[in-house]
Design a protein around this ligand. Structure first.
Ligand code: ATP
Ligand code: MG
Length: 558
């Protein structure tokens, strides 16, 4: 079934509107890195263009020079491509500054805009409220000639910052506050990352966006719901400016995710305050962060497909995103063996100084992935958690006197425990193996209740493993002390256990050879991605997601 946006587009095409064209755009402001919310908008805009044989532009909405930077521009381009999309045209609102200025002049000439010399405070105070109309500015009656003269001088730098603004002359009594003579241009001496110091007046977003869409002959201007109240102004500008096309704005609900803060402003705070290691910290909901954590573009696209687009605000369970990642990695991440907290095991009936290679399946979900030779020898490491000296009832893993299977290798039986004389801590296990069980099955048909992962001590490589968890410990960070419609102190909800670094993990040699960005499943533990901090002989792995699927449980309950 088509979502409401695709329904509108299909109807427009059927009715022959826009000459049968579909043209969308993705318009980020380059004032931060893209996050998973932007991914939803990207999948929608580029997806629609792809499905309808249309076009999709990438447009930098760079009208606010104070906060924008080329670092963000470059990152945004890389992120869109990484997500699997390519833009038709690459544009910047700043490319249109001359044209936008000419449009503003045209509006003044029609008597539909004026220069207001009230202060920002006065403008705010006379705007009225939801229940009370605003009051007209004493400068509203300025003549066209005077407005043209003043606007020209604003542009020429004749006035200090904030001395005047250009406002649309619409209706101070409009029930829609956005229509109460909105500000179109302001004086601001700020260096722009593209236009340098060429301008000392900058258009506001609300003024720049509609004509930018029209100049690019956008047919469907898709944006998030907070712009719904701005649509009358969008249409007013399109109707009254001499623009070459009539785009239509359609709003959809933004993505909200549990356990996540999503605004660029807050993400920037997390970076600047050192609460994360940077925009690409694997706990960040940024595209760069998720990429470093091991998320795939396929998983993110599948997630965006699954949540769909709707008109009503809602909250998506982050477990659904994690589920999408798990589902994708399950089909293609090679399995390797890695032990996070090693417990040394000596197989006492295995010859010293012997190594043999057992066939280990690379991916049980993918027969084509084949097998690899895994080194097996007398000394191994098992996971500390997989052994209990005094096993509780439902613990089926290794314990004194008990037999278990080592994945792809042999059955072993625990025959003894070595302890630290002082602390009493278990430091090693003595075991025997059954040579007849090579490959993992007993010829006499005897069964074991557990299959454990392991690495050969002599062959294992030391690794650092970064166990990431959710960045926030509450589903709606900042909700506890929030005023209506606002986010409260989200910092108080940071999860103190969102990162645990395991420095002495042991991984099999094939895992240690993987290059940065490679995604692997550590058998029985989770999915991991080789981090860029890895060095030769000292790999670093980021945990992408555990194997436990809390979403599957949510679904079962439903
Ligand atoms: P933020 O609120 O995170 O600062 P923004 O809306 O200011 O984001 P823009 O750079 O203006 O960021 O966003 C570019 C496009 O991405 C816009 O069309 C915007 O509607 C869309 N977008 C931003 N956040 C979300 C979200 N959470 N869900 C869906 N679309 C989003
Ligand atoms: Mg914005």
């Amino acid at each position: 079934m088509l979502d409401f946006i695709r329904t509108i587009i299909s109807e427009d095409l059927a009715a022959g509107r826009n000459g049968g064209r579909v043209a969308t755009r993705f318009p980020p402001e380059p004032n931060g890195y893209l996050h998973i919310g932007h991914a939803k908008s990207i999948c929608l805009n580029f997806g629609v263009a792809r499905e309808y044989g249309g076009t999709c532009n990438l447009r930098f909405d760079d009208t606010n020079p104070a906060k924008e930077d080329v670092e963000y521009v470059d990152a945004i381009e890389a992120d869109v491509r990484w997500l699997g999309f390519e833009w038709t045209g690459l544009h910047c609102a700043s490319d249109y500054f001359d044209q936008l200025y000419a449009y503003a002049v045209a509006l003044i000439a029609k008597g539909m805009a004026y220069v207001d010399s009230q202060t920002a405070d006065e403008i705010r105070q006379t705007r009225g409220t939801l229940t009370e109309p605003g009051t007209e500015s004493p400068y509203r009656a300025r003549s066209v000639d005077e407005n043209l003269d003043m606007f020209t001088r604003m542009r020429a730098g004749a006035f200090p910052d904030g001395a005047h603004v250009l406002r649309a002359k619409i209706d101070m009594a409009s029930p829609n506050i956005n229509m109460r003579d909105p500000v179109l241009y302001r004086i601001k001496r700020a260096h722009h990352h593209r236009t340098g110091d060429a301008w000392c007046i900058y258009p506001l977003y609300d003024f720049a966006h509609p004509p930018s869409d029209a100049l690019e002959h956008i047919t469907h201007s898709l944006c998030t719901l907070e712009f719904e109240n701005h649509r009358p102004l969008y249409d007013w500008l399109i109707d009254n400016l001499p623009v070459p096309a009539k785009p239509r704005q359609i709003e959809f609900a933004r993505l909200n995710l549990t356990y996540t803060v999503m605004s660029k402003r807050r993400l920037l705070e997390l970076v600047q305050e050192g609460r994360v290691s940077g925009w690409d910290d694997p706990r960040m909901p940024t595209i760069v962060g998720m990429r470093r954590r091991g998320y795939t573009p396929e998983a993110i696209r599948a997630f965006c497909d699954r949540i769909g687009v709707a008109k009503r605000e809602n909250m998506v369970d982050v477990a659904l995103l994690e589920h999408a990642v798990r589902e994708d990695l399950n089909t293609r991440a090679p399995r390797v063996m890695g032990v996070l907290r090693p417990l040394r095991v000596v197989i006492e009936n295995y010859p010293e100084n012997q190594t043999e290679y057992v066939d280990v399946v690379n991916n049980p979900e993918d027969a084509e992935a084949g097998t690899r030779p895994g080194p097996f020898s007398r000394e191994l490491y098992l996971e500390q958690d997989d052994f209990r000296e005094d096993p509780p009832k439902k613990f089926f893993r290794l314990a004194p006197g008990r037999e278990v299977r080592l994945r792809s290798a042999y059955f072993i039986t625990c025959t003894g425990v070595v302890k630290d004389q002082v602390t009493g801590e278990v430091t090693a296990l003595r075991c025997t193996y059954d040579p007849a069980t090579r490959g993992g099955d007993a010829p006499d048909g005897r069964k074991v209740k557990a299959t454990l992962h392991w690495v050969s001590a002599a062959h294992a490589v030391d690794a650092e493993v970064r166990l990431y968890d959710r960045l926030f410990k509450t589903p709606e960070p900042g909700k506890a002390d929030a005023e209506p419609g606002k986010t409260g102190n989200y910092r108080a909800d940071l999860n103190p256990a969102s990162l645990e670094v395991v420095r002495a993990a042991k991984v099999e040699p094939s895992a240690a050879e993987a290059t940065a960005g490679t995604r692997l499943q550590f058998e029985r533990i989770g999915y991991f991605c080789v981090d860029k901090d890895s060095q030769r002989g000292r790999p670093v792995f980021n945990r992408t997601v555990t194997l436990k699927d809390s979403w599957a449980r949510v679904e079962q309950k439903a």
